[in-house]
Design a protein around this ligand. Structure first.
Ligand code: MGD
Ligand code: MGD
Ligand code: SF4
Ligand code: MO
Length: 737
């Protein structure tokens, strides 16, 4: 029998569960308001129909960039505020059990315990762990509260698990974070290079737009690089089913073909790029020699794809009228994550596939506000707002001036990245932590290790439901969700959008912004937070951007409320926003004629030659398989939201492990058998599902099932530059139980 998921993928268009229609009872709506989908980084506009205090309808916003389209998660938003099991009041742990408390008592306890840690351990002893799903105002306030109020850089968040390699990639190559292009480039591209992105399930509305482009311009090519034949790969003209962890060899081999066949644009390289080898500046000849080692014929066996397919991919990439690369976690969540990002940029620079409509290296962002909230705000251990860093004296001075705090307030010492932050809870270097809008008890890799660490600290968790993290908490705070609070979200193409408050939160739940402001007051640093409402925080934040590379000072509160989002740079109130960055005429900060990489010295992008190394989790005799993990269309991460929405919950079975028929035969496993998956980190059990979606030797699991806790078995190795964990490659052994 087919599951609902297989049925949807098998029959309808690839974008399972698409809707241009309306959910609910539109005829009963008394008023309509624009809002934003709170799920993925596509950031679709929705229109919400209200009758009194009740949501009666939700549909896609025809005037927004998604042109009225919503995927199955977006159209389920109508049921989200009514989902059962909401946290309604604060709870504190007494004798091992969470018991109801008033806000005043709960927050009083939080303040006492944080003060005690500050006295005993200093500012580095208290941590904030945030989320790309908080509003910009919330991430901004938490960052300022920690860095300027508590004088602690011990703040990080789940974008470390998600976008850190993309950020480091853009900064090292272009000197400026965030994609240069826009979703609009999809409508102009003639070749799509999707690597490590299952766009059809992760960003269905973007994939639908891509599919429409293929239909409108049938000669347009789609190349997909993924070890699994995902619904995205199933639509490809060329699917390269690489062995996990070998993509850098593939990208370098594509560059080899480009150089060997004279497809590089030397004029562009000379005018706009600097070449940098492993030991310093390089010449074009040195670059060519570097890629000599990566002839497709030499590396094809390691990568597991045919040499002529690599040749074809490189040729299509280089010779199409406009090539758009798109990548997500199959590239970022890798020990070579930053090198992979750099090398994708290299391919665009070497072939001048950048700065024209449809030609752009586009890292697709996962969460609805990882960009506008955490990356732009700099709510990470090493960062300050708008591309500044804590380890640079001039950057600290700039932030201290902007925040109106005395010189020397901000510590020059970076805090700990996410994994190190939780390790520090295990050994007592961090005594107390506030976790907001994220579920690390289920989403961190090597889960047993970090779950034990959380038990060791005074953990305060603000969430909307009970989770695998609230079960570890000392204090649980009930939060408002989606349209129960107002804020701004910045999706994956530098577009900031206003999200209104349309209903009251249930019970005693409060917005995360209110919780942060109360926390600051009780810790005696409330004076740092003069702006305390979504509007006033936005005004402060907008002012701070003036004159920076992000300049969005033209995005007034009124414009955001009226318009369908604006893309920065947007330096004046009459500026329409920027679709294509670095392009003179299109980007208000760019000078000259063809392209202006103004983020870098000499206004030239850096092309780094990045060598590939064998993955440390390559299979061996003890662990002969590779486990890779990722998403399914109906579930959002740890499932806390989507498992409560009936059409989504029922579409997915309890978590299972996908095993290739050849491997299953070897293991003596048949469909539905219970199997154990064991790695160096831990073991999990799941039902076997026999399918040839992944190449043989590769197992796949998702991580939405709170009971299965997939991440117990997942490696916590990370990229040495971005510190982003590699969830995509863990060597495992499998046995039937
Ligand atoms: N439905 C749904 N949509 C989501 C989310 C969700 O939870 N559910 N989450 C959002 C978030 S935060 C994110 S970050 C994005 C993630 O979006 P994606 O990155 O597209 O999703 P994943 O499934 O994590 O991984 C993508 C693909 O990487 C492949 N992969 C694994 N190993 C390798 C490898 O070595 N090389 C290559 N080339 N590919 C590899 C996997 O097979 C998988 O198909 O999705 C966003 N959208
Ligand atoms: N195995 C494996 N693990 C992974 C990944 C993978 O590919 N494979 N991907 C990683 C990536 S890219 C990501 S982004 C992370 C995501 O990891 P998490 O952030 O831990 O996952 P979510 O389920 O999105 O958690 C968000 C939490 O916030 C709560 N919430 C929702 N709205 C609000 C709100 O407004 N306020 C508050 N306070 N709470 C709210 C939800 O109930 C939920 O518990 O997972 C990572 N983990
Ligand atoms: S594509 Fe993403 S933003 Fe759009 S409706 Fe679906 S989940 Fe929401
Ligand atoms: Mo993510």
């Amino acid at each position: 029998m087919l599951t609902r998921r297989e049925f949807l993928f098998g029959t309808a268009a690839i974008g399972a569960g698409f809707t241009f229609g309306c959910k609910g009872r539109p005829q009963t709506a008394a008023s309509w308001s624009k809002a934003i989908c709170r799920f993925c980084g596509t950031g679709c506009g929705v229109v919400v129909g209200m009758r009194g205090k009740e949501i009666v309808a939700v549909r896609g916003d025809e005037l927004a960039h998604n042109r009225g389209m919503l995927c199955v998660k977006g159209s389920s938003l109508i049921d989200l505020p009514k989902a059962p099991g909401r946290l309604l009041y604060p709870q504190v742990r007494k004798d091992g059990r969470l018991v109801r408390a008033g806000w005043d008592d709960a927050m009083g306890l939080v303040a006492d315990r944080f003060q005690e840690c500050l006295r005993r351990l200093g500012p580095r002893g208290v941590a904030f762990y945030g989320s790309g799903q908080l509003t910009t105002q919330e991430s901004y306030t938490a960052n300022k509260l920690w860095k300027a109020g508590l004088r602690s850089n011990m703040i990080d968040g789940n974008p470390r698990l998600c976008m850190a390699s993309a950020t480091s990639g853009y900064i090292t190559t272009f000197g400026a974070d965030e994609p240069p292009g826009s979703y609009e480039d999809i409508d102009h591209a003639r070749c799509f290079f999707l690597i490590g992105s299952n766009l059809a399930e992760g960003h269905p509305v973007l994939f639908e737009r891509l599919r429409l482009r293929l239909q409108a311009e049938p000669s347009t090519k789609l190349i997909v690089v993924d070890p699994r034949r995902t619904p995205t790969a199933a639509k490809a003209h060329l699917h390269l089913a690489v062995r996990p962890g070998t993509d850098l060899a593939l990208l370098n081999a594509m560059m080899h073909v480009i150089l060997r066949n004279g497809l590089a644009d030397r004029e562009f390289l000379e005018a706009h790029c600097r070449l940098t080898g492993p030991s310093g500046p390089a010449t074009f000849d040195e670059m060519t020699r570097f890629y000599d080692d990566y002839a497709p014929e030499k590396v094809a066996a390691e990568i597991g794809v045919a040499a002529h397919d690599i040749e074809t991919a490189a040729t299509w990439f280089a010779t199409s009228r406009a090539t758009m690369s798109m990548w997500t976690m199959g590239v970022n969540q890798r020990v070579e994550g930053v090198f992979l990002n750099n090398t994708i940029h290299n391919l665009h620079l070497a072939t001048a596939q950048i700065g024209r409509p449809g030609a752009t290296p586009f890292s697709v962002t996962g969460q609805p506000n990882a960009c506008g909230g955490v990356r732009d705000v700099g709510a990470l251990a090493h960062a300050l707002p708008l591309g500044h860093r804590v380890d640079k004296p001039e950057d600290r001075e700039w932030a201290e001036r902007a925040w109106g705090v005395p010189p020397g307030t901000i510590s020059p010492e970076p805090g700990f990245h996410a994994l190190e932050m939780f390790k520090a809870m295990a050994d007592g270097r961090i005594g107390a932590a506030l976790v907001m809008c994220t579920n690390p008890g289920q989403s961190l890799p090597n889960a047993n290790l970090y779950r034990a660490a959380m038990r060791n600290a005074f953990l305060v968790v603000a969430d909307v439901f009970e989770t695998r993290t609230t079960e570890l908490a000392s204090v649980v705070l009930p939060a408002a969700l989606w349209i129960e609070k107002e804020g701004v979200l910045g999706q994956g193409e530098r577009r900031y959008q206003h999200s209104p408050k349309l209903i009251d939160p249930p019970g005693e739940a409060r917005s995360d912004l209110e919780i942060l402001v109360d926390f600051a007051d009780r810790l005696g640093v409330g004076a740092t937070l003069k702006a305390r409402t979504p509007e006033t925080v936005w005004e402060e934040w907008r002012g701070m951007s003036k004159g920076t590379k992000y300049d969005f000072s033209g995005m007034t509160w009124d414009r955001l409320r009226r318009e369908r989002g604006l893309q920065w740079p947007c330096p004046s109130e009459d500026h329409p926003g920027t679709v294509r960055r670095f392009v003179p005429g299109a980007d208000p900060l760019a000078k000259g004629d063809r392209i202006d990489f103004y983020g870098k010295p000499e206004r030239k992008a850096d092309l780094f030659l990045r060598p590939h190394a064998l993955h440390p989790e390559s299979p061996n005799a003890d662990y002969p398989f590779v486990l890779t993990t990722g998403r399914v269309i109906h579930q959002w991460h740890t499932g806390t939201l989507t498992m409560k929405l009936p059409p989504l919950a029922t579409a997915t079975r309890p978590a299972h492990v996908e095993i290739h028929p050849l491997d299953a035969k070897r293991l003596g496993v048949t469909e539905g058998d219970r199997v154990e998956i064991r790695s160096r980190y831990g073991a999990v059990t799941a039902d076997a599902r026999i399918t040839d979606v992944a190449r043989n030797g590769v197992l796949f699991m998702s991580f939405y099932d709170a009971q299965t806790l997939t991440n117990v078995a997942v490696s916590d190795r990370y990229d040495p530059i971005s510190k982003q964990p590699d969830y995509k490659t863990t060597a495992v052994a499998v046995r039937k139980i």
